[in-house]
Ligand binder design. Structure first.
Ligand SMILES: [Zn+2]
Length: 583
């Protein structure tokens, strides 16, 4: 998508943007000499280590390593995509977005569409308070336990009965009617036009910037269908939009988790009970585009499905579409509800605590993957296990190469009972997303490098490592010494900053290596919230690696010399260890 604007345009936009003003509008800054400071919006802290440098037009946090220009800031802070961020800045700078971008000279100007949708949303909201028939809608909402506050937060409204409410209020003039048709608010048939939404509760659907782009309507009478959505229009694309995402981001500065549910009422009922991080797709299956957005917004994603057969099949579809995006950076889980329940009924009965208790018992992506495949074969015999390999292989091949894929591969190998390298299809088999920034830096992020890089940039995560096994210390590799040294230094000075760590190694043999691994770009495409888990994963991988190496050494010796009894026991223990790790 980065290719959508000419390069000069991006440069131009940045030239005309003042990063200090941009950030100050969101995070109040204090002047300190030639720079500005604030408590970092990307990690929790009490003393400011977030700095903005006007002369360079960049921001940098010495605590967590967040770093970048105005575009990066909008992507991180407002959760915009690259294109959206450039458009936002261009708009603020009063610049015309070039062809291909929104509102450009070549494509249709969409602003009138957004305007009329906004007007319609306001009218519907007013009807919910004023229309003589609105009590039926209000009764329904109250009956579902919703307060006026939540109704207002989601901008709920009421479309009165009759065929021409919007036509009569907003349809003055041919151009206005054209817009109403273009946004799907009016239906045009046999030369006649009439309101699409009639006698329904109205759920405005907003895009990530909060603009109304369409509506959902729930029937009050007997009309079919029960739920009705705006059709696809130039501003509304179902495969891209998620109901509730804007509201979730608005009520959570830093989303720790997103919950994908089925309907509008689920999202709103959950919000009513304080679970303000649910989103729903708009009557479509979860698309890759949905998943990209979701994974970018939060470090944990939970799919909520019915526990029945249909629910499990739908969950499997979601799993298949999430695998090509699964890097292990985000945690992906599945929550299966008891039969006959949906999130709306469940949260009303169990409350927030009860529901969140369930969220602690989700099925992980890899468990769901292997359990479901194992159900299809007979794991008790060799043929069955071989078949598991055959079933799993094409799925694992869709996972981007990297740590997570390696872990899935190891687990499959353990389940199937064959050596890891027989399952691997060799170099270059990894499809999917390349690790963009790592490639630019020409540094492949091995588990060891990843661990060092995270510790250099987020020293506070070191405490996590002390709880883990430290078999990795036995490994004979240059980077291991550095990793151990880093942990030692951070343990001695728990509040040490990233910058100081780099300084400490500057004049040493490892200096240039440290410098490269401290580059914020290396971790730029990983959400900071997920890094602690990634560090843990990297250490786990190192522990496994050392066992593999030692095991192999033992086996090699076994073929030339005879193993003594202790060593034989070691071999057995290694085997058990590996299996337990995966259990
Ligand atoms: Zn920070």
């Amino acid at each position: 998508m980065a290719g959508r604007f000419p390069r000069e345009f991006k440069v131009d936009v940045l030239e005309r943007t003042d990063i200090v003003g941009l950030i100050n509008a969101r995070v109040p800054l204090k002047k300190a000499g030639g720079i500005y400071k604030a408590c970092c919006p990307f990690h929790d802290e009490k003393t400011p280590s977030f700095t903005v440098t006007p002369s360079r037009q960049t921001y940098h946090c010495f605590g967590c390593g967040a770093h970048g220009n105005a575009i990066d800031f909008l992507i991180e802070y407002d959760h915009l995509s690259f294109v959206e961020a450039v458009e936002e800045l261009a708009q603020q700078a009063g610049m015309e977005v070039p062809a291909g971008g929104e509102g450009s000279g070549k494509g249709p100007d969409l602003r009138p569409f957004y305007e009329v949708l906004e007007q319609a949303a306001a009218l519907y909201r007013r009807q919910l308070r004023q229309h003589p028939q609105a009590h039926r809608a209000v009764d329904y909402l109250k009956g579902r336990g919703l307060t006026g506050e939540v109704a207002a937060a989601f901008g709920l409204g009421f479309a009165p009965p009759g065929w021409d409410f919007l036509l009569g209020t907003l349809g003055d003039g041919a151009q206005a009617r054209e817009r109403l048709v273009g946004t799907g608010l009016l239906i045009e048939q046999d030369g006649k036009r009439y309101d699409r939404f009639r006698d329904r509760i109205i759920f405005p659907i907003r895009d990530r910037r909060g603009r109304v782009i369409g509506f959902g309507g729930r029937v009050l009478g007997d009309e079919n269908p029960k739920y009705l959505n705006s059709p696809e229009t130039p501003v509304f694309h179902k495969g891209r939009e998620l109901y509730g995402l804007y509201e979730a981001q608005k009520s959570n500065r830093k989303l720790k988790r997103l919950l994908v549910v089925e309907g509008y009422m689920d999202v709103i009922a959950l919000a009513q009970f304080g679970i303000t991080y649910a989103v729903a797709t708009l009557g479509t299956a979860t698309t890759t585009e949905h998943l990209r957005q979701l994974l970018r917004c939060a470090p944990e994603l939970v799919f909520c499905f019915d526990g029945d057969r249909a629910g499990r099949d739908a969950a499997w579809k979601a799993l298949e579409s999430v695998l090509p995006l699964a890097t292990g950076r985000q945690q992906v889980g599945f929550l299966f509800l008891p039969e006959g329940e949906d999130p709306d009924t469940l949260v009303r009965r169990e409350g927030r605590d009860g529901f969140e208790q369930r969220l602690r018992t989700t099925t992980s992506l890899s468990d769901f993957l292997f359990d479901r495949l194992a159900d299809q074969v007979d794991m008790a015999n060799l043929d069955g296990r071989a078949r598991l390999g055959t079933l799993a292989k094409p799925l694992l091949d869709t996972v981007p190469s990297g740590l997570f894929r390696d872990m899935l591969g190891t687990r499959l190998a353990d389940l199937v009972g064959v050596a890891r390298n027989r399952l691997d299809s060799g170099p270059g088999s990894g499809r999917g997303l390349a690790r963009r920034s790592s490639v630019q830096n020409n540094l492949k992020l091995t588990p060891l490098r990843l661990a060092v890089s995270i510790l250099l940039q987020y020293p506070r995560h070191a405490s996590r490592v002390s709880d883990l096994e430290d078999d990795w210390r036995r490994m004979d590799k240059p980077g291991i010494r550095l990793l151990a040294g880093l942990l030692e230094l951070i343990a001695a000075y728990p509040s040490i900053t990233a910058a100081t760590l780099v300084e400490r190694w500057r004049e040493t043999e490892d200096g240039p290596y440290v410098q490269r691994l401290a580059d914020p770009n290396l971790l730029a495409d990983r959400p900071p919230e997920g890094l602690e888990a990634e560090l843990e994963g990297a250490i786990d991988a190192l522990n496994k690696e050392v066992k593999d190496i030692e095991f192999e050494q033992l086996c090699n010796r076994g073929s030339t010399t005879r193993l003594n009894d202790d060593e034989k026991q070691d071999v057995r223990r290694f085997r058990c260890d590996t299996q337990e790790d995966e259990a």
